[in-house]
Design a protein around this ligand. Structure first.
Ligand code: GDP
Ligand code: MG
Length: 323
């Protein structure tokens, strides 16, 4: 996962403490060995502390991915959860501060060499570095908060994907279980309590992922707030087609009319190909509906293979069109 490698981001105070401790250690080390002059130990204290800070700050900006290059799915969710612009400004302030501390230190080292009171200059420089560090404390806090949020995002691969939609109890989970070998993994997803379920199957050596999204694509969009909608539409940036399940028996608790309306909303919300499948064909009195493409039963297995074949074909066609 692209956000997995971001380490905990320390606060300004934590960084300053660490840098100062190392600086003092470096200076006393030199003094004990007796070879260094007072000036040298002051220089060493300043340089060591400054290096710790510049290295740590430069490292922080390197550990975040380049937001111009991350997959659109993750970009959307990052923008929704934190704000890509806020993140970018914080990262660039941190990188700038690293440079600035470096420059400042070089300037002061130069001045200390010709000065009768290098200790005062060293202290002055520490003071200025301290203010620079204080000025990015809110950035470091934001970056750490972002890190904690982003690393929980689901690990959805950039591989062909089937997103399963439809009202509760239409058979979405049963379908995912039926077509994937291992038990689907559960991953957390913003603004859902149940998380999303991700399973995999293979066709001609190619891996496909099937995503079941309880709470996301199983009730009317009109009842969602903007944030929820954005979390839902992020899914359209996957290389995906939608499988929309209908329960014609209405055993699921929703009328055919309601299900048809949800289907229309899903079509409007996503610019993705949709396959409409009538599930529970094993039930007595099952009848075809004029707006469904196929039928199947996840209980008997009838029709499942055909549904998968069509979905795979739809993904292939979609990608042909994209070129
Ligand atoms: N008769 C019949 N029942 C089914 C079929 N598929 C799912 N069910 C039942 O419908 C209920 C809801 O299924 P589930 O997969 O949990 O639906 P979801 O809420 O859309 O994930 C369960 O009791 C399933 O056993 C089917 O093809 N035929
Ligand atoms: Mg389910």
């Amino acid at each position: 996962m692209i956000f997995e490698k971001i380490p905990t981001i320390p606060t300004s105070d934590e960084l300053i403490d660490k840098a100062f401790r190392r600086g003092v250690r470096a200076a006393t080390g030199k003094k004990i060995r007796g070879r260094a002059s007072f000036l040298e130990s002051q220089e060493s204290m300043l340089l060591t502390s400054a290096n710790i800070l510049t290295d740590n700050l430069a490292n922080i900006s390197k550990k975040f991915p380049n937001f111009d290059e991350i997959p659109a799915f993750y970009y959307e969710l990052t923008d929704l959860l934190i704000g890509v612009d806020r993140l970018r400004s914080s990262l660039s302030r941190v990188a700038w501060t690293s440079e600035k501390i470096h420059e400042l230190t070089r300037e002061y080292i130069g001045r200390m060499r010709g000065s009768p009171s290098p200790e005062n200059l060293r202290k002055q420089c520490f003071g200025r570095i301290g203010s620079l560090m204080d000025s990015i404390n809110k950035d470091l806090l934001l970056l750490n908060e972002a890190r904690n949020i982003l690393r929980k995002l689901p690990d959805v691969h950039e591989e062909p994907t089937i997103v399963v939609a439809g009202y509760p109890n239409t058979g979405k989970s049963s379908f995912v279980k039926a077509v994937t070998k291992a038990t689907p993994e559960v991953a957390s997803y913003p603004f859902t309590t149940k998380g999303i379920f991700i399973g995999h199957f293979y066709r001609e050596g190619l891996r496909y992922q099937v995503i079941d999204t309880p709470g996301l694509l199983d009730r009317p969009m009109s009842k969602r707030n903007d944030i929820e909608l954005q979390a839902i539409t992020a899914l359209k940036y996957l290389d995906a087609v939608v499988l929309f399940l209908i329960d014609a028996s209405e055993n699921c608790g929703y009328t055919i009319e309601e299900q048809k309306n949800l289907l229309q909303e899903v079509r409007n919300q996503f610019d993705l190909p949709v396959l409409v499948v009538s599930n529970k064909s094993d039930l007595p009195h099952f009848m075809e509906l004029d707006f469904t493409d196929m039928s199947m039963s996840t209980v008997t297995g009838a029709g499942i293979e055909e549904v998968l074949n069509i979905l795979v074909e739809m993904i292939q066609q979609k990608n042909v069109k994209a070129f």
